[in-house]
Design a protein around this ligand. Structure first.
Ligand SMILES: *Cc1c(COP(=O)(O)O)cnc(C)c1O
Length: 853
């Protein structure tokens, strides 16, 4: 017999992580590392950095890993460094003072649900703007002392990191996170064992670990299914952000909404308001409904009154295609157990997620959110309008202008996004009050008294810091991925602090039109190669791995950047993340944004730029539609008028506008330098953008808007509904029931317009209409109005509504009358609208029964 040449099995490796044993004197560092407060407190952040610059950078600014990796010689060194020890002491005291401040008790408590949170670079549970917004929001809740609890996922792989091949192909790398090295804590039972959350799915239990992220005074709880109690089929639920197929997506959204509510219950946390950040989390209301029915024994309709009045849905997507829809089969597979828990039919549950109840529409998470949340909002004024139109089909009796959907314009967390240099500058020149009263323009007024030189010095300092960052952090990456070392060195040498540097960084979705600038390469080459007035462009951003077109854009930019005329003039920074973002928004001169209107729901990176003296040049879309109008001498805008319906034509026109604005306005303004080396007019633009625009786009303003527009009014109404054993909620539910049963039996007996307005149709002519209705038992429950629509093309004129008065009532028969006069000349149409009315409803869309007469 032939003997095998070898007989061996695979090594049986056993993991062991050896961590530095921190001496007692440094224990406070460990506590500091477990609370993300350091992210937005520069003294704390710089303290960690100064413990060891190289490790800090190598760990991606992760203080937990840093402390685990500090060699013992370095620890000894730190302990014998008096100054360092004093700094540690000082930061620790600051932290304790911060944590000791009490919550405000005049604001409702809130549970906030989001698929992603961008809190810091080292916690890879975000992909882009939505996540960074949610992360900023939790930080601000902490600063503003709002009692908020947040729910999300701890992803094993998070979102991908990006590398680029020599020819510009995006390579997506999914690196598993080692949870022991993250600034998080596992939630345990009293006996020290990990807490296990049981989430009942239709045919099995899925188990989840719960991790807590301390965000200042707030807790963010993260669910995680990637452990051995779950099958191979279920462990990946929390593997990737926006990865996997539709089935994985519904499993994720089930876990977020339903698991999230169950987690809060297990943790003993009750909130007054439930806020779904995007439709992904909407199933939270399904579980809340089930709890009211099962635990309090309420009927479904009463439960719905209570759930709705304490729920808010924020939509971030301006196009229907961006929302989640599930086929009925898939929805049924996962939600089939709920009708029985709620006491309704499957059809009724499915219809709660349909724009057209009774149709074959797929189950829309957005529609379900709208049906289970009393209030909903878009994320900028313009996006609020777009959302009203987008959702108009849900309330068919009302025009989109009448929709209750509101808006809160997104903001950014100033202590996170203002450079530490600017923060120190603001406290010195404007006083600490600027942080406490961020949205008060008065707090910023003194910026106009600051010497121009000082502003310029700040800008120069941060620009150099940015350039050093590029030279240091990108040299190695470029050498590794982009071939020819001498070309890389040349590029690095060409980055010029005296050039006007224009930044463009965001997700590479096609609507953001990153390619716009490359429409006319000859013209662009002339702009960047002007020896006297040098200009450079820096790009950065990831494309979703499934978005081929977005990846094509990156490839195109890489190609252009390799052309001899653009070498070192157009550069692309790999792996856009929060560290790169911060360097960019603090270090360039201009922040460029060129979305197709109105697809940028808000956008926030430009807001980060504002508070760093970086000027915006953007399409009038999202937040800039409002921001630019605050002061048109504080930035630049591409016209809002869409001239072409053909997108390619529009792109060409917009590109030409960008070139000529650069050539004729922006570049000359920047280089109109005086003998001191700066352009006084440019500084004026900076001061105006800081003084007039920045104050309106901070997270502090945003959270105050959410409180005053939604949280407080809803909490007040919920309190009224739930008082006295849910008395009012039951009454409203019963009243709606009454109206619903009688509705189809309402009969219009007579409609009579006294004057013939077709004969006497000149302006000022009065006309009176009398309508007689058999109200079928609803004599006191109906409103009737005259609705006038001025028919003009392309104008968004709102309908004119004039209420009828009741002039006679005999039992069920009610006679209504209205008198109006013909107002302006033009073509009009009019109709009469009958609707149920009850002073206890928050708005008409709450019970959108309508009969047109
Ligand atoms: C701020 C930020 C975003 C959002 O930028 P938009 O202007 O909304 O596209 C995306 N990614 C990162 C890393 C950010 O810091």
């Amino acid at each position: 017999m032939k003997l095998p040449v070898s007989n061996t099995n695979a090594p049986v490796w056993r993991d062991i992580t050896v961590k530095s044993q921190l001496p007692a004197a440094l224990k406070s560092l460990e506590k500091l590392s477990r609370n993300l407060w350091w992210v937005w407190n520069s003294e704390a952040k710089n303290l960690f950095r100064d413990l060891d610059h190289d490790i800090w950078r190598a760990t991606g600014e992760n203080p937990v890993m840093l402390l685990q990796q500090l060699p013992s010689e370095r620890l000894d060194e730190i302990m014998s460094d008096k100054e360092m020890m004093a700094r540690i002491d000082h930061v620790w005291k600051m932290f304790q003072d911060y944590m000791a401040q009490p919550m405000r008790n005049d604001i409702p408590s809130v549970s906030y649900f989001s698929m992603e949170y961008g809190l810091c670079n080292c916690l890879k549970i975000y992909s882009g703007g939505l996540g960074v917004l949610a992360g900023d929001y939790i930080k601000e809740a902490s600063d503003s002392r709002v009692n908020m609890t947040a729910i999300g996922f701890l992803y094993r792989y998070g979102y991908f990191t990006q590398t680029l091949s020599v020819d510009g192909q995006q390579i997506a790398n999914y690196e598993p996170q080692n949870f022991n090295q993250l600034p998080i804590e596992q939630v345990t039972e009293e006996n020290g064992h990990p807490m296990i959350l049981e989430v009942p799915y239709h045919d099995r239990i899925i188990y989840s670990h719960i991790w807590r992220v301390n965000v200042g005074r707030m807790s963010l709880y993260l669910l995680d299914t990637d452990f051995d109690m779950n099958s191979e089929f279920d462990r990946p639920i929390t593997h990737k952000l926006y990865g996997g197929d539709w089935e994985n997506r519904i499993k994720q959204e089930y876990l977020l909404g339903i698991g999230g509510i169950l987690a809060l219950k297990k943790l003993g946390i009750h909130s007054e308001i439930y806020h779904a950040n995007e439709g992904h989390a909407a199933l939270l209301n399904l579980q809340r409904l089930a709890d009211y029915v099962q635990e309090k024994g309420l009927d479904f309709n009463t439960a719905l009154e209570l759930v709705r009045s304490s729920a808010l849905y924020t939509v971030h997507t301006p196009v229907p295609a961006g929302h989640d829809y599930f086929d009925e089969g898939l929805a049924h597979k996962y939600l089939q157990q709920y009708p029985a828990l709620l006491g309704i039919s499957w059809q009724e549950l499915m219809d709660m997620g349909r724009e057209n109840p009774g149709s074959n529409d797929r189950f829309s998470m957005s529609v379900f959110a709208l049906n289970t949340c009393q209030e909903a909002n878009g994320v900028s004024w313009l996006h609020g309008e777009v959302s009203k139109k987008m959702f108009a089909g849900v309330w068919k009796g009302y025009s989109w202008e009448e929709s209750h959907v509101g808006y809160v314009t997104n903001g950014v967390h100033m202590p996170t996004w203002a450079a530490s240099e600017w923060k120190a500058f603001y406290s010195e020149k404007l006083g600490e009050q600027v942080f406490d009263h961020q949205s008060d323009p008065k707090a910023w007024e003194n910026i106009f008294k600051v010497k121009d030189e000082e502003i310029w010095a700040m800008r120069t300092q941060l620009k150099n810091k940015f350039i050093n960052f590029v030279r240091r952090d990108f040299k190695e990456k470029w050498l590794a991925n982009q071939g020819d070392p001498s070309a890389v060195i040349k590029i690095l040498e060409k980055i010029n602090p005296n050039a006007l540097i224009i930044g463009f960084a965001r997700r590479f979705a096609t609507y953001k039109r990153a390619h716009l600038l490359f429409t006319d390469l000859d013209r662009l080459a002339r702009i960047v190669n002007n020896e006297q007035f040098p200009v450079q462009f820096v790009f950065s951003g990831k494309a979703h791995p499934a978005d081929g077109a977005g990846q094509g854009l990156i490839k195109r930019i890489m190609e252009v950047s390799h052309m001899p005329q653009f070498q070192g003039k157009i550069i692309f920074l790999e792996d856009y993340n929060m560290i790169v973002a911060k360097r960019l928004v603090t270090g360039v001169d201009i922040w460029l944004n060129t979305p197709t209107r109105p697809l940028e729901a808000s956008g926030t990176s430009g807001e980060k730029a504002e508070m760093n003296g970086v000027l915006n040049f953007s399409v009038l879309d999202g937040w800039w539609y409002e921001g630019y109008k605050l002061d048109e001498k504080a930035g630049w805008a591409l016209t809002e008028k869409r001239t072409f319906t053909d997108q390619a034509q529009q792109d060409k026109l917009d590109a030409a506008t960008i070139y000529s604005m650069l050539e004729n306005e922006i570049i000359p303004l920047y280089f109109a330098k005086n003998s001191k080396g700066y352009s006084p007019e440019w500084i004026q633009y900076i001061k105006r953008s800081i003084g007039h625009i920045a104050p309106q786009y901070t997270m502090q303003r945003m959270i105050e808007d959410y409180i005053s527009r939604f949280y407080s009014p809803e909490a007040k109404r919920f309190a009224a509904l739930s008082a006295d054993n849910d008395k009012l909620a039951k009454e409203i539910a019963a009243w709606k029931q009454k109206v619903a049963s009688a509705w189809d039996g309402i009969k219009v007996l007579d409609v009579h317009t006294k004057e013939d307005i077709h004969q006497h149709n000149t302006t000022g002519q009065p006309f009176t209409t009398v309508i007689k209705i058999d109200t079928n038992g609803l004599a006191d429950d109906l409103g009737l109005e005259l609705v006038i629509d001025k028919m003009e093309n392309n104008t968004e004129k709102r309908w004119i509504k004039i209420p009828f008065q009741v002039i006679a009532k005999e039992g069920n028969i009610v006679t209504y009358e209205v008198t109006d006069k013909l107002r302006d000349p033009g073509v009009f149409r009019y109709s009469f609208r009958l609707y149920p009315t009850n002073p206890n409803l928050p708005h008409r869309q709450d019970f959108a029964y309508v009969r047109w007469i």
